[in-house]
Design a protein around this ligand. Structure first.
Ligand SMILES: Cc1cc2nc3c(=O)[nH]c(=O)nc-3n(C[C@H](O)[C@H](O)[C@H](O)COP(=O)(O)OP(=O)(O)OC[C@H]3O[C@@H](n4cnc5c(N)ncnc54)[C@H](O)[C@@H]3O)c2cc1C
Length: 499
């Protein structure tokens, strides 16, 4: 395959070649799955003609060789549950989707050094079952999204997990990628008999080049696991104050000293309400945002709450942690506007929650089903993800700007945040019903206005989606690598602004 061909519209020849690699059952050119991948594009035009489903890196490699030869752009997904960032969609001119869900093996497990090596199709549910079957000595990661999402997809997009896995990407080392020309490259260090999971071997560390990138398709990661069977102590509180910055700052030192053993999650009143129920369509505001005064119906026991927080402290009975729980609880109890709701201790990890996807159904006229699927059910959701310095006044400025803009577009501002020692990750949700006429356009306009306003204040963002695809923000160094590694520009061009 030496001759280079120009891009073609007619896909019949590559289809014949892909069929020889995958067999006809694993190349889709019609059907519900293809239709859903196109229809869930949040108002963007998506026109996939083909879904390719390789079963291992070798089949993937052959598929990419063909795509590269014909210069056909492809977009790869692991489980495709990228809800709020574009789901499975990518760009109007993208015709070929590569789904890696069949590559779902847990390839290696090391209980002593506490890691697993796994493929893109491994879900949080599958990994949890595996660790439990193996004695539960190590802790399964709990995601904020569906347990049927991909561990690899979530980690390499720098997703936010629960508890000690909040900064999920920090637990992930990329082990293998397949390049646009089909080379299968080992990225981590692997000796004959075992894996060495570290980046401190001679030479530069390269794993992070493949997070949120389009330089290669990731086919294997090592996931570093935390010890299981710990005691999780949780303190719940709410705040009646409009501003949350001062409260968050109180935790800064704890977050620094406690590393990832202490985590803090804060939700605003709107975000909390979306966990509890759907928008009340019988109220007088069906085409407006729900006024704040109406929210207390969702949490009558805390009528004036503006913010809800939970501090999670993981304790290992074998190590003394000097009464951190009591200290934090005492400190919180004297803050103005703060009321403690309660606390609990439980063995951790405690399993998956059934309610994680509730917010996506806020504007639907039916409650979240038992098997939620925001794509299938026409939910509309766009996430905007600023990352800001952990300074109270800056946090308050971000919240105020967000609320003003979302209210002006008649959306409820859903805000949640994960303060760390130096930075705070904020997750802003614009939630709507995709089946309401013109709603996609309105949501996107609101998203762009908000992003522009927060950027003008000097804020950065930690994750992007299909809603950001027009931006070309990549560092020149990364663009140079892209040109070298993918000279024909076939792998998800413009993802994370990289062309
Ligand atoms: C109500 C709600 C709550 C949510 N809460 C959270 C949360 O708390 N934390 C969070 O992180 N997310 C959250 N999400 C967003 C989303 O559902 C998750 O991030 C989910 O894990 C992404 O889907 P996936 O794991 O199936 O990854 P995929 O959709 O398979 O992948 C995501 C993207 O990563 C890239 N990619 C995937 N696989 C590869 C590969 N092998 N090689 C190269 N690139 C690849 C592609 O660009 C792809 O589009 C939430 C969504 C909703 C609706």
């Amino acid at each position: 395959m030496e001759e280079i061909r120009t891009e073609i519209d007619d896909l019949s020849e590559p289809i014949e070649q892909w069929k020889k690699i995958l067999g006809k059952d694993h190349l889709l050119t019609e059907g519900e799955e293809l239709d859903l991948s196109n229809s869930s594009a949040y108002g963007f035009t998506q026109d996939y003609r083909i879904i390719l489903k390789p079963k291992d890196p070798f089949e993937l490699s052959e598929c990419l060789k063909i795509a590269n030869y014909f210069r056909i752009k492809v977009h790869s997904i692991s489980k495709g549950k990228n809800w709020g960032y574009g789901s499975k969609s990518f760009s109007p001119d993208m015709k070929v989707l590569i789904s890696l869900e069949r590559m779902d093996r847990i390839l290696h497990y090391d209980e002593t050094l506490a890691y697993v090596i796994l493929e893109p199709g491994v879900t949080f549910r599958k990994l949890a079952a595996f660790l439990s079957e193996n004695g539960g000595k190590l802790q399964a990661p709990i995601p904020g999204t569906s347990p049927d999402a991909s561990v690899l997809g979530n980690a390499t997009e720098r997703g936010i997990g629960k508890g000690v896995y909040t900064q999920f990407a920090n637990h992930c080392k990329i082990q293998e990628i397949v390049t646009s020309s089909g080379e299968i490259l080992s990225v981590g260090f692997k000796s004959q008999s075992s894996y060495l999971i570290c980046e401190d071997t001679t030479g530069p560390s390269i794993s992070h080049l493949f997070f949120q990138s389009n330089l290669g398709v990731v086919t294997k990661i090592a996931l570093l696991l935390e010890p299981g069977k710990e005691i999780e102590k949780r303190i719940f509180f709410f705040s009646q104050e409009e501003k949350i910055g001062f409260c968050s700052e109180v935790f800064r030192e704890y977050l620094q000293r406690g590393r990832n053993r202490i985590t803090l999650e804060i939700l605003n009143d709107y975000r909390f309400a979306t966990q509890k129920g759907n928008f009340p369509f019988d109220s007088s505001y069906p085409s407006e945002f729900l006024p704040r005064k109406e929210l207390s119906k969702f949490f009558p026991e805390f009528p004036s709450a503006r913010w809800f927080g939970s501090v999670n402290i993981l304790e290992n009975p074998a190590f003394d942690q000097n009464g951190l729980f009591d200290k934090i609880q005492n400190e919180l109890s004297v803050l103005p506007g703060i009321e403690l709701i309660g606390n609990e201790s439980r063995e951790y990890p405690s399993g998956f929650s059934d309610h994680q996807l509730n917010p996506a159904y806020w504007r639907k006229k039916f409650p979240p089903p038992k098997d939620p699927d925001p794509d299938r059910d026409g939910c509309g959701i766009l996430w905007l993800s600023p990352i800001i310095p952990h300074i109270g006044s800056i946090l308050d400025q971000a919240v105020q700007t967000t609320e003003e803009i979302l209210f002006s577009f008649k959306f409820e501002p859903l805000i949640s945040m994960r303060p760390g020692f130096r930075t705070v990750k904020i997750l802003i949700g614009i939630v709507y019903d995709r089946e309401v006429k013109d709603s996609n356009r309105r949501a996107l306009e609101c998203y762009k206005k908000l992003k522009y306003s927060l950027s003008s204040l000097g804020f950065h963002f930690y994750r992007s989606g299909v809603q950001d695809r027009e931006e070309q923000t990549a560092d020149p160094f990364v663009s140079m690598l892209k040109k070298t590694m993918d000279p024909n520009g076939i792998l998800s061009p413009q993802k994370s602004g990289i062309i």
